[in-house]
Design a protein around this ligand. Structure first.
Ligand SMILES: NC(=O)c1ccc[n+]([C@@H]2O[C@H](COP(=O)([O-])OP(=O)(O)OC[C@H]3O[C@@H](n4cnc5c(N)ncnc54)[C@H](OP(=O)(O)O)[C@@H]3O)[C@@H](O)[C@H]2O)c1
Length: 290
């Protein structure tokens, strides 16, 4: 297959390039190559004439999204609309990357593909709009992810949570992390492998949740990062209400797939994925980066 990846140098895009490169003809499109908010710029997709288009582009700094709703909708929703229109025209499969933030967090167990979205903030609302536009091409996959970490680090967020925690510990700075917000930490390398299986196995079109198994609070995640990397850190749990966050976030946004297991696709536990990531980055005791 010929597959175009929008956002090919981003955190997920980098791992998608690696995972798909061997068996497929992959066209990596950076932000310099394509501006998803601009339909004319998206016409580059037509020139490449791919069988599938993966759209990882997003404006996803949650607090900034609240302050800049026009930009947020422009990238996350209108961008998805443009890609949906062109993919439909060239009969390509349209693959949109979405988020756990389409849910409101009122559940006490992981959200599945059967749950109804009800986003709390501008980022989540714009991504849900992106999902709806994506459906305008019936040949679509909506891949919902959560709390990503990847070797490249999120370009839109300036790194990832793991690197922030490790940098703090190395500077002997104490870390205070919320212990009442639950999520599914997810390694982009594992997402890329899962997406490859979804595409290659030609699974039925529709939404899929693709996160590492299990869930934890951000405090528990930080605790595991320090344990596995052998770093001493002063880590203190706190509550979201004490953090005075600018933006409403779901209290519980863990995801689970009830569809992938039907096709024999199972993602590993988040702790195993985290350990693998730390080894790859040379963050475990006595290790150099691979
Ligand atoms: N990070 C998370 O924790 C998380 C959680 C759930 C879902 N997601 C979703 O997962 C996807 C990938 O996230 P990520 O962490 O890999 O993000 P990322 O590292 O910020 O990658 C996004 C890529 O898209 C490009 N891009 C941004 N705006 C664009 C535009 N208007 N037109 C064309 N390209 C544009 C960026 O290029 P530049 O950097 O050069 O602008 C970057 O290469 C996003 O759709 C996000 O909503 C992320």
């Amino acid at each position: 297959m010929k597959i175009a990846i929008i956002g090919s140098t981003g955190q997920l895009g980098t791992d998608l390039m690696k995972a798909l490169n061997y068996e497929h003809e992959v066209v990596g499109l950076t932000h310099q190559d394509i501006e998803v908010t601009d339909y004319n710029s998206c016409l580059i997709l037509k020139e490449h004439y791919p069988d599938g288009i993966i759209n990882t582009a997003a404006f996803h700094k949650t607090d900034q999204c609240e302050e800049e709703p026009l930009k947020t909708f422009s990238v996350n929703a209108i961008g998805a609309k443009n890609v949906a229109a062109i993919s439909k025209e060239i009969k390509a499969t349209n693959i949109f990357i979405s988020t756990d933030y389409v849910f409101d967090g009122s559940k006490d167990s992981p959200y599945t593909e059967d749950d109804t979205p009800n986003p709390l903030n501008t980022y989540g609302i714009s991504k849900l709009a992106g999902e709806l536009y994506t459906k305008q091409n019936p040949k679509h996959y909506i891949i919902r992810l959560a709390s990503l970490f990847g070797i490249a680090g999120a370009s839109g967020k300036g790194g990832n949570f793991i690197e922030t925690m490790i940098a703090k510990a190395k500077k002997n700075e104490p870390a205070t992390v919320v212990n009442d917000m639950w999520m599914s930490p997810t390694y982009t390398k594992d997402v890329a492998i899962t997406m490859k299986k979804i595409i290659q196995s030609k699974l039925p079109y529709g939404p899929y949740h693709a996160t590492n198994q299990g869930y934890c609070t951000w405090f528990q995640f930080a605790k595991e990062i320090f344990k596995l990397s052998g770093l001493n850190s002063t880590l203190t749990p706190t509550k979201t209400e004490q953090q005075r966050m600018k933006t409403r976030r779901p209290r519980f946004s863990a995801l689970k797939s009830i569809k992938l297991s039907d096709y024999g696709i199972k993602m590993r536990e988040w702790k195993l994925a985290l350990h693998d990531y730390l080894i790859e980055k040379g963050h475990t005791p006595g290790n150099q980066p691979r």
